[in-house]
Every structure is written in structure tokens, then in C-alpha cells.
Design a protein around this ligand. Sequence first.
Ligand code: NDP
Length: 439
Amino acid sequence: RRSSPAQTEFYQAAEEVLECLRPLFERSPHYLDHGIIERIVEPERQIMFRVCWTDDAGKVKVNKGYRVQFNSALGPYKGGLRFHPSVTSGTIKFLGFEQIFKNALTGLPIGGGKGGSDFDPKGRSDGEIMRFCQAFMSELHRHIGPTTDVPAGDIGVGAREIGFLYGQYKRLTGRYEGVLTGKSLNWGGSLGRKEATGYGAVYFAENMLEARGETLAGKTCLVSGAGNVALYTIEKLHELGAIPVSCSDSRGTLHDPRGVDLALLKELKEVKRVSLEAYRETHPEARYLPASDYPADGHAVWRLEGDVAFPCATQNELTEADAETLLGNGVTCISEGANMPSTAAAVDRFLAARVAYGPGKAANAGGVATSQLEMAQNSSMQQWPLEKVDEKLKAIMANIHRQCAETAAEFGDPTNLVLGANIAGFRKVADAMIEQGVV
Ligand code: NDP
């Protein structure tokens, strides 16, 4: 039932999941009898609120704030906050819906939620970011808590924003508790959390390649994005002897065929917060393609030559024409660090070609899994060493891959990890909903 033209991304995500569930419903019609489809596509609660703050010139600004508490069958709502001008209620709903199944796949006790704002952090001073975050939390604090709803970061929300949000939560409630994840290591964060989504996407690619008797070593890798997920994807690829040759931001794409200089990239993106174009000041041999020169039917990064692709920027950044080019250039593995980066038609291409394709809800689940490890450390007042967190992350990613592959095989399509991820994630949530009664 499509009831709102503003929810196109949500319908795209829901249609993909429901299409995959057909064979499950044929075998197990009791899910239909329990009304699970109607219940699972409807959020338990959606909160929309006004966020008023003042800019550095003293001018009053107003943004929209959102939190979707989608499904709590498996645990407290868990999912990030996105601050980006493109954010609508439909964006947050799509992300919250995906989060339900992703969180289920981790095997950890976390339900699905997501939130954010149409606030644009670009070009804002630290003072403006702080005032916005404080205003955002002035409403959000009523709806969250360490055993009810635990937000984290996403696009536009990193360690700086989580710090300001946490400070305001503490000021308003007087409580020092694990209500946000992605916190600084100084005050309750987990070692390995900032790296977890990118590292996890690389571990997932390794699992997919291993199943085909290959490894990442020596492979040329195309990465999009230049934020949290992309940076740590590139870092892990370097560590494993692969050659990550690209990254991108909203303004353009960088191609360095000798391998991206990670230290410089971190300096540009984490410290200076400038355009990728600045990379060429010290590396003139690298190529920079501004977004204005992209092909009309896709993204420049997917027109480069490589063996493995890691879309790590945003939704629908990889089109059918991009998929066709990637396949034509011999890419055999795609591991999605971003949420729903490939359009539905691009996914169909990958599945038809039977390449190793890891959908975001499986391949990028390492971030939320490590957020749950942060919650576990907070509630037991401990801090685990990095080795322990990384070992758990690796095991969780291997387990997600195994579940997806086994479920895909159970339903007669062994290479289709989209089918496997959707059915395996759905079954866990639906079984819990049935056991908990009609609520
Ligand atoms: P960041 O804000 O750190 O980085 C996002 C990157 O993508 C930036 O380089 C940004 O460029 C680029 N980007 C964002 N929107 C667009 C756009 N519309 N067009 C082109 N480029 C764009 O976010 P993250 O790295 O945290 O998130 C990236 C993806 O990974 C998202 O899909 C997110 O939902 C997903 N994800 C993140 C997790 C996490 O732990 N952080 C966990 C699981 C999934 P610019 O700076 O120029 O805007």
C-alpha cells in the first residue's frame, strides 16, 4: 500500500524485502496469519519535532527533527542519526526499516530505529554545530534511554556531534549512561567503533571472496564516499594488501591508481574538512573528477577499472548503468558500506551476473554490532581492549555471511545473499513478534 509520494526510498526498501519473502510465506504461511507484513512495515512510533537554534550572526534558524522507533521485538531501538539537507521523514523511515533486519542479522539484542534532521552541517562553525545539537537533544532526550532507544552517528553525525548531543542529554537528565554510541574514547566510547562499519564491510567482502576461493590481497578496489565508512574501508583494504584507488564526496571523485594516501585523506576529511580536490596539491598525479563532469546516467567512481567495489557514500549512488559498467570491467565482488547504495535495477544486474554481492543490511552491520558492544561495555562499566572488539567484529561478520549464505541455499538460490539476508533477518524478528503476542 503506497500512501505517500514522499516515501519513495521507504517503498524501495520495503518492496525489496517483501519480494524476497515470497518463498518464505509459501513455506510458512503462519507469518501471514499473524499479520506480520502489515505490522512490520508500520513503525511502532514516529516522532517529528521542531529544532530552533541561532547561527553565529544571532539569526534564528529552524530545522525538522525526526526519530523513528520502528521495531523493538529484539531489543531497544538502535540506529543512527543523519544530519543532511536531503533528509525527509521518508529517508528516516527507509533507514529505520533496513535497520530492523540488519540488527537482527547481528544476532545481538537490538531493535530497529533511526533519526536525524534536514540540518546541513557543511560550513557551520563548531559553535553553530553545538547549538544545533543541543536544540536537537532538548526534544530527543524525552524519547531515548539506555534500555529504550540508543542512537548513534550516520551521515553528518560523527564524534563531535555525538559529544555535543551527549553533553546536552546529561545536562537535561542528570544521568551519565550509555544513551548514545560512537562516544569519544575518553568518556565511554568503545575502541574499534569508529572503524567498525568500514572494517566490517571489508571483512564481509573477504568472507564472500573466500567462499569463491579468492582473497582481497592484490585486488584493485573502488571505494565511494570519503566519510567515516569510506575512510576505514580504505584503511582495512591497505592493511590486507588490497589497493583502494578511489574515494568521492558530494563535490567530486578522486582517482589515485597507486593507492589512496590514507594519512592525507584523513587530514583533509577528519581535520580540515575540505574538498577532495585539495589532495592534488601534494599528489598532482592523482585525478580529480568534479561532479559536474559525471556521466548523466551514473557516478564517475563506478566507471573506473577495478576488481572489487565498496559503495560507502549514500543511497542510490550506484545506478543500473554503473552496475553494467562495473560488470563489463570485470568487477566480481561488491560489498556495500552504505545503506541501499545500489538502485533496485543495479541489484538485479548483480544478482543476474551471479557476482559476489553483499547488500548493505548484511555487509555494513559491523557498525551497529560494535555499537551494541559499546552498550555492553557501558552497562558493565568496562572498557574492552581493541583486539577483543575486533575479534568479535570479525566473528559477527563471518556469522552474518554464513547465515545469509545458508538461508539463500535453503531457499534454492545459494549465491543470492539479498534473499538470504532478508529471509534470515525477517524470520528472527517475526518469530519474536509472534511470541510476544499482538502488540
Ligand atoms: P559521513 O557523513 O561520515 O560520510 C558520508 C560521505 O558520503 C561523505 O564523503 C559525503 O560527502 C558523501 N555523501 C553524502 N551524501 C552524498 C550525496 N548525496 N552525494 C554524494 N556524496 C554524498 O557518513 P558515513 O560514512 O557515516 O555514512 C556513509 C553511509 O554509510 C551512509 O549510507 C550511512 O547510512 C551508512 N552507514 C554508516 C554507518 C556508520 O557507522 N557511520 C553504519 C552503517 C551504515 P560530503 O562530505 O561532501 O557530503
